[in-house]
Design a protein. Sequence first.
Length: 116
Amino acid sequence: QVQLVESGGGLVQPGGSLRLSCAASRSILTLRTMAWYRQTPGKQRELVATSSNGGTTNYADSVKGRFAISRDNARNTLYLQMNSLKPEDTAVYYCHAENYLGITLWGQGTQVTVSS
């Protein structure tokens, strides 16, 4: 079973940048899709960005042009580069993956706080 571990969260001022990492315990080439979600208290988990093994990426409208998702297959790591951060980006960010058998996996989450 692949395990996912997020890192890179923290406190940043509005307009700043952060890069989140999601390290997988095994090759991410076995994962059909990987994605970042986020959740704030009292709200449903929201899809932020997806990356397929074939190279296709998609973004929520709220982050288009500011966030970039990427994979490093050699390091078995998924990234989320977040630029021009806004207070409304504050959330716990979760890494998600689905393998070719349809099994889904979640990381433990990393807190991102955007505040002055």
